[in-house]
Design a protein around this ligand. Structure first.
Ligand code: FES
Length: 292
């Protein structure tokens, strides 16, 4: 796909820790998902939900060992379209049905995968990708991720071009992202609060204007789920820098955006995370453990 635009620079991230000396096993991965003070703080932004119940995770769900489940924030049961589906496995068809009620054809929901909060977003990419962006029809776009000096970290389209990242290719008109804010690790949400950033509209280019942003209620960071970039983040625990592919931060105090999670839609239509370690892309694990 051709590069259609270049986004504004991301803030500088200083890196004082050598890279390459950081190892993390699956147990640590789970612990860093929520079992920390920062993790507990994030609960406030997601609603008054129970920490212990969140750790129930989604293993052994009907959709398979890696299925992603809906998570309905407490008090939102009557406000979100998936309000009656708490802890049910996510199905792509649910998102397609809800998108049909949207003016943009987009849909999204909060979820949980193995104890980690996630957000799933449906975008009618295949239907709209060959139309001009000036029509205002949502589609995924790839962008250069830049630091504040203008240095390009990388191009989001590498996930389509390089075999190593094929596990992250855009498919099924959907993406799944980790739902931890790179600012202070609260949980950004999809249309959980009504404001101009979360309104059901879309503009191209990954700008802060236009709606359908993931919004972090803690300090109002915004993320465009339709813009995929490669950028650099810092692990808050180790100080180590890491590159990742994820969605674009468009505003607020978050230094960068949020990483993608590789997934598949199984034969029953259930959305499952992919075992990226088994796929040989073990460095992806670092993407989900930057919160201390
Ligand atoms: S934690 Fe998300 S904006 Fe501060």
């Amino acid at each position: 796909m051709a590069r259609e635009f270049r986004l504004r620079p991301s803030p500088i991230i200083s890196d004082t820790t050598p890279q390459g000396s950081y190892n993390l096993d699956r147990r640590k991965f789970m612990r860093y998902s929520f079992n920390s003070a920062a993790g507990l703080i994030t609960m406030a932004s997601f609603g008054s939900i129970g920490f212990a119940s969140l750790l129930m995770g989604t293993r052994d769900d009907a959709g398979g060992s890696n299925s992603i489940s809906y998570w309905v924030p407490k008090g939102q049961e009557d406000n979100v379209w998936y309000g009656s589906k708490h802890l049910e496995s996510m199905k792509k068809s649910d998102f397609v049905d809800d998108a049909a009620t949207s003016s943009t054809g987009m849909s999204g929901a909060q979820g949980v995968w193995g104890g980690m909060p996630v957000t799933a977003i449906y975008v009618p990419h295949d239907e709209n990708k060959d139309t001009s962006t000036s029509t205002g029809k949502p589609r995924f776009q790839f962008a250069d991720g830049e630091d504040q000096t203008g240095a390009i970290i990388g191009y989001g389209g590498e996930i389509e071009e390089e075999a190593k990242w094929s596990v992250l290719k855009i498919h099924d008109n959907m993406i799944i992202v980790m739902s931890r804010c790179p600012h202070l690790c609260c949980i950004p949400g999809w249309q959980l609060v009504p404001n101009d950033f979360t309104a059901d509209n879309w503009i191209p280019g990954g700008l802060d204007s236009g709606g359908n942003k993931l919004f972090c209620i803690c300090h109002s960071s915004r993320f465009d789920p339709t813009v995929i970039e490669k950028n650099t983040n810092i692990n808050k625990n180790t100080g180590a820098a890491f590159n990742y592919f994820g969605i674009k931060r468009t505003g607020g105090p978050a230094p960068v955006g949020i990483p993608l999670i590789p997934f598949q839609v199984n034969a029953s239509g259930v959305i499952e995370a992919i075992d990226f370690e088994a796929e040989g892309v073990v460095e992806i694990l670092d993407w989900y453990t930057f919160c201390n």
